[in-house]
Design a protein around this ligand. Structure first.
Ligand code: HEM
Length: 307
């Protein structure tokens, strides 16, 4: 069959090489059309579920509604939406990982946590795309954003809470949405990934301070010398406590990736808006720099000095 986009001669050459199975025909529409036909791929979806149907792409791809006439707003929207999709998967994996941990199913939990760290790394690299937005490009869309900010991301707050960075003030932005508030509150009230890890260590016979095993989980985690001693017991004899040792390293991996994400966020923000205030009302870079100091699993970092 002739290709509608190519002169007859060119098509004849590429068709001949595709038929002969020779390499070097990539990029010629005639040959790829023939390959698809030879493969016997299904091409009629009038009665079957297609790719787009399965993924609900009509909904996903019609959810980008720039408010400004600016070309660059699409980047801003897609970057945030894709981040939220990855966060959705992170929450899915983290919730299951915590459940597996509580049920002493460590290998399953490790696998999920490894995936969470890789997602976080993916989000770290995603800043490279946003960094192509220049200050004048952002300033042109800034008035259209009003007071909306990632600061109000319900999924991000649930991730922070699941990682132990509890903060009652961060419930407030969701007060007007009972459905989201309920989800954020549930993460705020529940033991974090780290709290569950300490409980696991106690079940395994490691001495963990009682106040770390039963406490008001809505309070942010406070470093404890007794918890450091417990981790030191594990790290000084890895062979005797291999899975707890592996768990410790999974957590460090995760916090490491999370720190990189925070760092790339603040440097990208400085690059794009300098020291202007954020749309969410904070000082902007000043606020984000303070967040760089938050340590999620303090004893796991502190113990390294003593090994
Ligand atoms: C040019 C792009 C961006 C700028 C200028 C920016 C700026 C800021 C600023 C200034 C804050 C502090 C809160 C405020 O006052 O608004 C913030 C917080 C936040 N942003 Fe961004 N941001 C950008 C892109 C993103 C992207 C792509 C995400 C991905 C979801 C994101 C997620 C967040 C989150 C989760 C917070 C809360 C951090 C925390 O409370 O520790 N931001 N952003």
């Amino acid at each position: 069959m002739s290709c509608p986009y190519q002169p007859e001669g060119a098509n004849a050459i590429s068709t001949a090489s595709a038929t002969a199975g020779t390499a070097g025909t990539a990029g010629t529409a005639g040959s790829t059309e023939q390959i698809v036909r030879q493969e016997g791929a299904q091409l009629d979806f009038s009665k079957d579920m297609s790719y787009g149907d399965y993924l609900h792409l009509d909904q996903v791809l019609s959810a980008q509604h720039p408010l400004s006439p600016e070309h660059n707003e699409m980047l801003f929207i897609v970057q945030h939406q894709t981040s939220e999709l990855w966060m959705k998967l992170m929450l899915h994996e983290m919730q299951a990982a915590v459940e597996k941990l509580a049920a002493d199913q460590l290998p399953e939990s490790f696998k999920m946590l490894a995936r969470v760290s890789r997602i976080m790394e993916q989000l770290v690299h995603a800043w490279d795309v946003l960094a192509t937005m220049t200050p004048p490009e952002y300033s042109a869309i800034r008035p259209y954003l009003s007071n909306s900010s990632g600061f109000q991301s319900a999924q991000y707050r649930r991730i922070e809470f699941m990682l132990g960075n509890k903060n009652a003030a961060m419930l407030k932005p969701h007060a007007h949405r009972p459905d989201l508030l309920a989800e954020v509150q549930a993460a705020w009230r529940a033991p974090s990934l780290y709290d569950e890890t300490l409980r696991l260590m106690a079940r395994r016979g490691i001495r963990v301070p009682a106040e770390s095993l039963e406490r008001d989980w809505t309070q942010p985690y406070q470093a404890h010398e007794g918890v450091k001693a417990a981790w030191l017991e594990v790290y000084r004899q890895p062979q005797a406590h291999w899975d707890l040792y592996q768990m410790g390293e999974e957590l460090v991996d995760l916090e490491d990736a999370f720190r990189l994400w925070r760092f790339r966020h603040v440097t990208t923000v400085e690059r794009v808006i300098g020291f202007k205030r954020g749309t969410g009302g904070t000082s902007g870079v000043g606020y984000l720099r303070k967040m760089l100091d938050v340590v999620l699993f303090p004893e796991l970092w502190a113990l390294r000095t003593e090994l």
